[in-house]
Design a protein around this ligand. Structure first.
Ligand SMILES: C[S@@+](CC[C@H](N)C(=O)[O-])C[C@H]1O[C@@H](n2cnc3c(N)ncnc32)[C@H](O)[C@@H]1O
Length: 248
């Protein structure tokens, strides 16, 4: 997969893309990520990329011309790239979006600063707008890094032997089950016996029930859209009954 990021601060991407899983995936050629400075496409001696808003008010707005030139230049070498604008006004980025975007051959991320982009960028160049949550960042770079990280780990080969994304939270619409490692007892708390039993069927059943229990406790709204078997439904009903009013 090819990812291009258009930003006024390409240096913000250096260390996150050099370290750990993403760094190794890029070195191994599973994905390429290039951060480009929008200023390189700005004209004039001062290479200005922002200007005051029409109509007045605080803050500056990112000018359309340098951003458009940057997008069009990158698209010349990669016409199939999908252009994604980072904005708090976009659709909230979720695991299902990461799965869909990981199947694309190429993505271009537009990172805003100041008050954001001139509106005409959105209407003429952008395929999708994403927010990473209901809060406002100083710039789109941390949001792009969040999305790149979540997408890249779903690209085949990226996670390697370090784990599978298939059992992670949200992959099947539920939160993941809890994990334990050595020692068996720590500060008075023992690892659940079933995990020491070697009985794979019992472990799988325990984990599934933990997923259901956790999701119901922490994110009950996810249960409405998760794919649940009859056995799952029965277990949830048992939890429901156990929650009922105390018997006299
Ligand atoms: C200070 S924000 C601009 C906010 C904008 N004036 C508004 O109220 O919608 C500057 C840039 O940060 C990025 N940004 C801020 N919050 C974000 C979020 N929750 N998700 C994605 N990008 C965000 C966007 O690229 C945005 O253009």
């Amino acid at each position: 997969m090819r990812i291009d990021v258009l930003t006024l601060f390409p240096g913000l991407f250096e260390s996150p893309l050099r370290e750990s899983i993403l760094g190794r995936a890029i070195a191994a050629g599973h994905l390429s990520v290039q951060a480009h400075n929008i200023r390189d496409w700005a004209e004039g001696r001062h290479q200005v990329t922002d200007d005051a808003p029409y109509g007045g008010g605080d803050g500056m707005v990112m000018k359309p011309e340098p951003v458009a030139r940057a997008v069009r230049t990158v698209k010349q070498s990669c016409p199939e790239a999908m252009v994604i604008m980072l904005t708090p006004q976009g659709r909230t980025f979720r695991q299902a979006d990461a799965e869909m975007l990981a199947r694309r051959p190429a993505l271009i991320f537009l990172c805003g600063r100041y008050e954001g982009f001139d509106e005409r960028i959105r209407t003429s160049l952008v395929d999708a707008e994403y927010s990473i949550g209901d809060y406002v960042l100083t710039g789109g770079e941390p949001a792009a890094l969040v999305m790149i990280d979540a997408i890249a780990r779903l690209v085949p080969g990226v996670l390697g032997s370090e784990g599978s994304a298939q059992s992670d939270s949200f992959a099947d619409g539920l939160l993941e089950y809890p994990h334990y490692t050595r020692p068996v007892e720590w500060e008075g708390q023992r690892v659940p016996e079933v995990l020491l039993s070697g009985n794979h069927a019992a472990i799988a059943r325990w984990r599934r029930r933990q997923q259901l229990r956790r999701t119901r406790e922490r994110r009950p709204e996810l249960l409405a859209t998760a794919a649940l078997s009859d056995e799952d439904q029965e277990f949830l009903q048992t939890l429901e009954r156990n929650d009922g009013p105390e018997q006299g």
